[in-house]
Design a binder for this molecule. Structure first.
Ligand code: BGC
Length: 749
């Protein structure tokens, strides 16, 4: 449709119809007969509103979506199609590793391909919009939603958000939204949701504007620059103002400064929650604040549908605001091609053939292989020798839920378990049982309230019985691989934890096994960096599998037996203990830098724990070793652009290292570039990631790896809040993690 047709359509819509476009309802309004005493009544919604609502969330399946769309459009006054949205986070039914693991691949191209597959499966099943990617920067492992982020670094997050948006939308700038296999991306949660105080979900966020701008906004901006069609507001307050009613944040920053022109949707009932945040005394006031902030769609709270008409009648808001929001929603429907084809790609037969097809599974396996991080490998115990007697023990050996908390459509039956994966590559030398459970996943009295239903260990065999069997198995084996982890529902939304260790029953299993066999390889499943101190001490090797998705078992087995080699690096630092949190790489110096001398009390450190995380951001090892030669710079002075005679010439320093594979196996190293601005008008972080490259080397091979440094990479918000670079000296680090000391220096003039 041309813009003039959309203008004409808007003109022809009456007030109720326009307000309807701003309403998003949940699936039950369309899937079931809505009993008017139920949710509909509470929200003040009748049949009229149901057939005027602009969008619905969480309806799944081509057949169902087509049927709903057909009935809906017959009843919608102008036959405007309904938008179908859902959380397709790490895959539709072919499940990829959780986003935090995806960050560990440092491979945006792969992540783009995963997003593309998710989009293809979701669209053929009838969906138009996914509430992904989550661009929230995260530094607090207690927060359950760290699993949905790609980590603690804004540069890495920018690359990943761009990759996901382009993968979902089918190209740069969302130009291909109407084309087959494309789904509109909704970047979330704007803004700074990842900084929830004390890691408690939905909690207040207190951030300086400088940190917000330097570290938190860039990933959302990357989403906008990649053309994301939607943005979602966050639940949290930001410096005392709830984001969903924050005009400065939404209009001045998001729309004006960041140049976002798409649809802004509230998070679930976040408009109504303005009341509980204490900035509105009723739903009418909440609606006014959200409208003034420019929030277009009200996700399920029913505030807009019941209060906008009155607000307009009383001159509380101008009808113009409503028209702007409606137009943005109509434009989105138009970009998706829904006016011409309201069913878009929905196709039952194709759904059956394409969803979970072999090709998609292959990609999921590659993704899992590239996101599992090897943290420790003493005595080169890995890869495992098939000649050894190996026992595979732990509650994750046969666990099917390897897809994390946010996979609404992932199914247990479609997961390759560890046991199946191992059996695909390894047969034990005898008939002895080599697989056993050892303990329940949850402690006996623990109850987890999941997204749908509860989880507990009530139907399990007693842990004493499981443990006895495990010890007997461990005694007979040369080597034990333990598969431990938190439950998917320990993570995700509402999954904050104050203690980030493994459940007690699993720790008991670990302790008892360590007593009878000290050749332990531990594989951990988790949605966050866990406190691994005790595991670290008694494991010869640790493989951090996160929640690896549908092909997890195959990927893990391939890595364990050396069919594939690990290449991932951490997207988030692993705290030594919860007491360090927030802990992240490249923090700020203090006036009292700890020099290791505990006799000097007045230094910035703890009395009982180290300052450094157990494993830093960017860290990860593999089955070979890489040697970095010293950093070489093409020159030591970088000219600011305005000093160069020709305006368009940008000065560049080439920073390079020679990387050598010192071992006997091939491997991929993720080479990382960090820069530190030594002095600034404000204190500058100790270092920030500015580039990375995946480099594959054969045994003995040497390669030169080069990065370009430009003035633009050195910019930050200065003392006057201007985004500039400042002349002075900089340190350049190139290495295999965020604590590398392989450095050189240059001067910006
Ligand atoms: C979450 C969002 C999600 C939305 C819709 C909210 O509770 O915070 O991330 O997209 O629900 O399911």
């Amino acid at each position: 449709m041309e813009q003039q047709n959309l203008d004409a359509l808007l003109k022809d819509m009456d007030l109720d119809e326009k307000i309807g476009q701003l309403l998003q309802l949940s699936n039950n309004f369309y899937e079931e007969e809505v009993v008017m005493t139920g949710p509909a009544m509470q929200l003040g919604i009748g049949e009229k509103e149901i057939f005027r609502a602009g969008s619905v969330l969480s309806v799944f399946g081509a057949e169902k979506i087509k049927a709903i769309q057909k009935t809906y459009m017959e009843k919608q006054p102008h036959h405007i199609p309904l938008l179908f949205m859902a959380d397709i986070i790490n895959g539709y039914k072919t499940i990829f590793p959780i986003p935090l693991a995806q960050g560990c691949s440092f491979n945006p191209k792969l992540i783009q391909e995963c997003a593309r597959i998710a989009a293809k499966e979701a669209t053929v099943a009838g969906l138009h919009v996914t509430f992904s990617p989550m661009a929230d920067l995260v530094r607090d492992a207690r927060w359950g939603r760290v699993m949905e982020s790609t980590g603690e670094d804004s540069f890495l997050n920018e690359q990943m958000v761009t990759a996901m948006v382009e993968g979902y939308q089918g190209g740069e700038k969302g130009a291909e939204l109407a084309s087959k296999g494309s789904i509109a991306a909704c970047v979330k949660h704007f803004a700074a949701y990842g900084a929830a105080e004390a890691g408690r979900d939905y909690n207040n966020v207190e951030l300086s504007e400088r940190t917000l701008r330097d570290d938190y906004l860039p990933a959302y901006q990357a989403g906008v620059d990649a053309g994301c069609a939607l943005m979602m507001t966050s639940f949290n307050t930001l410096n005392h103002i709830p984001a969903t009613g924050n005009k400065w944040l939404m209009r001045d920053i998001l729309r004006r400064e960041m140049d976002f022109s798409g649809v802004l949707i509230s998070d679930w009932a976040a408009i109504e929650e303005l009341i509980y945040h204490g900035i509105a005394s009723n739903k009418e006031e909440a609606s006014k604040l959200a409208m003034e902030a420019g929030v277009d769609i009200d996700m399920v709270s029913g505030c807009y549908i019941n209060h906008i008409a009155k607000l307009i009648a009383d001159n509380g808001i101008a009808e113009q605001l409503l028209d702007e929001s409606v137009m943005r929603i109509l434009q989105l429907k138009n970009k998706l091609g829904l006016f011409e084809n309201p069913y878009k790609d929905a196709d039952e037969i194709e759904s059956k053939n394409m969803i979970l097809c072999q090709e998609h599974r292959e990609r999921a396996k590659i993704a899992a292989t590239e996101t599992i991080v090897l943290l420790k490998n003493e005595e080169s115990i890995l890869p495992l020798s098939k000649k050894k007697r190996i026992a595979f023990i732990g509650p994750y050996v046969e666990e099917e839920r390897l897809y994390g908390a946010w996979s609404l459509l992932g199914e247990n039956k479609d997961t390759v378990t560890v046991r199946t994966g191992v059996e695909n590559v390894y047969r034990g030398s005898s008939d002895e049982t080599i697989f056993c459970r050892g303990s329940s996943l949850l402690d006996p009295n623990e109850i987890l309230y999941g997204f749908n239903g509860i989880v507990n260990a009530h139907n399990e065999q007693s842990n004493e019985v499981l443990l006895t069997e495990a010890i007997r198995t461990a005694e007979k084996a040369d080597l034990i691989v333990l598969f431990l982890g938190e439950h998917a529902y320990h993570t995700g939304e509402g999954g904050s934890r104050g203690d980030i260790t493994l459940p007690n029953c699993q720790m008991q299993l670990f302790r008892e096994i360590s007593k009878v066999n000290d050749n332990i390889v531990t594989v951990i499943f988790a949605g966050r960096p866990l406190d691994l101190r005790k595991i670290e001490k008694n494991s010869k090797a640790i493989l951090y599998a996160w929640f690896p998705g549908s092909e997890g078992g195959n990927a893990i087995a391939d890595l364990l037996f050396g069919e594939k080699y690990p290449s991932a690096k951490l997207s988030m630092s692993f705290p030594y203990s919860v007491g360090q949190i927030p802990v992240y790489y490249g923090g700020f110096s203090t006036g009292r830098v700890f020099n290791g001398d505990r006799a000097n009390r007045f230094q910035s450190t703890y009395q009982d724990i180290p300052n450094e995380p157990l494993y830093p951001f960017g860290y990860g090892i593999t089955y070979t070793e890489f040697q970095y030669d010293a950093v070489a710079l093409s020159k030591n002075i970088l000219q600011k652009r305005d000093l160069i005679h020709h305006e368009n010439v940008i000065d560049i320093i080439e920073a390079s290292v020679i990387l050598t594979n010192m071992g006997e196996r091939m491997g991929v190293e993720i080479v990382q570039l960090y820069i530190c601005d030594i002095h600034g008008s404000v204190s500058r972080p100790a270092r920030r990631l500015k580039g990375f490259q995946r480099v594959m080397l054969q045994p003995g091979e040497r390669k030169k790896v080069t990065f370009e440094i430009t003035e633009k990479m050195l910019r930050f918000y200065d003392i006057n809040m201007n985004y500039v670079s400042e002349a002075g000296e900089f340190r350049v680090f190139i290495g295999g993690d965020s604590i590398t000391m392989n450095e050189s220096r240059f001067v910006l003039e």
